[in-house]
Design a protein around this ligand. Sequence first.
Ligand SMILES: *Cc1c(COP(=O)(O)O)cnc(C)c1O
Length: 449
Amino acid sequence: MKDPTSVTSADWIARSLRSVWHPCTQMQHHETVPLIPVSHGRGAWLVDVQGRRYLDAISSWWVNLFGHANPRINAALKDQLDRLEHAMLAGFTHEPVIELSERLSALTGGVLGHCFYASDGASAVEIALKMSFHAWRNAGQSQKQEFVCLSGSYHGETIGALAVTDVALFRDAYGPLIQRAHVAASPDARQAQAGETPADVARRAARALEALLQERAGKVAAVIVEPLVQCATGMAMHDPLYLKEVRALCDRYQVHLIADEIAVGCGRTGTFFACEQAGIWPDFVCLSKGISGGYLPLSLVMTREAIYQAFYDADVTRGFLHSHSYTGNPLACRAALATLDIFAQDDVLARNRDWAARLTAALAPLAAHDKVRHLRQRGMIWAFDAVVDDPAAAATFSRRFFARALERELLLRPIGRTVYLMPPYILDDGEIEWLASRTREVFEEVVRP
Ligand SMILES: *Cc1c(COP(=O)(O)O)cnc(C)c1O
């Protein structure tokens, strides 16, 4: 007799593969890579239609902070749904967007007091780039049209965001469409030579950036960085000193600093904004991903009074000419407010520090593994690089790891040979131990087939 749930599962998969074009996926790989039809989520777990569970150890692409079906965020959204689901933000305003802007601004001590909204991360990057360029033009410096990004940077996959993205796989296929930015050295601490500290690597990268700015600053509008962790290139971590140095260089050479905190913001690196660990504020911060708790598409760009004033004028063309239909969506803003409430009420950043120390200890044995390099951690991000000598095995490492992890109830999706953990902030002690031991077991199976 056929199990009715498995019929449903096979049916969902077949229908999905026929009609849904999945993101960042070579669809043919689904001939061997599993597709999981999710039925529901609860806390850190996703459950498929057959009732199999998976610990969401990458927070569903880095967005989920406080678990799936979080009762507090659910309650806020249900309340908001009966008040206002959406209204346009041109000529209208509403309480969730006002309160969110005020509270985020307060988290920067009022330094970044103006919030501009969009729906996804790439759009926030586009907004920051356009705003920087336009602010210079309004200031009579229309020659400042170029951007600088870091080696290995990732800022999203729309055409403008790809211009400041240095991940060959994403960028090269669309190369002819893109006006490429300058690429400066990454401060990735893994590049330390014998006797060098991460701070030494940071200083070296800052000197390289300075050489570029010495030559080009007159034409450069902004430098864009992912503070502390360049996530999408494979969790490349750097010393906070780098951000201090870049801030000083941007001041000296009259260039804006854009901090793309889409992945590293919202407590992911241990402070609410990653930049806080360097004691600096950029000219623009981009937020998305975790800001809505992983519930709804929401992104925003925060900026300073001086930038805002550069646009403030009677002339329409000096205003910032950008909009999206769902700009400032009330439901998404309300989810963000519920997320900020949890940060405040539960003292999340302090609690995460204890929690992170336990997971770090549980993963520590991996450091001695002969197939592991650069076991590293920053806040709620853990990563290590697998040594896979055979090129064919190396090319499929990520997919094999993903599939093997799913068999062991674990959602982990390595980037190349970098295995990383970016769990939601809610695991209990048992789940922390379980996650660490399952990660070690899966790794063992994949590197020693
Ligand atoms: C995910 C990400 C983006 C793009 O966000 P989307 O919502 O996927 O468009 C941009 N920058 C960084 C650092 C990211 O991690």
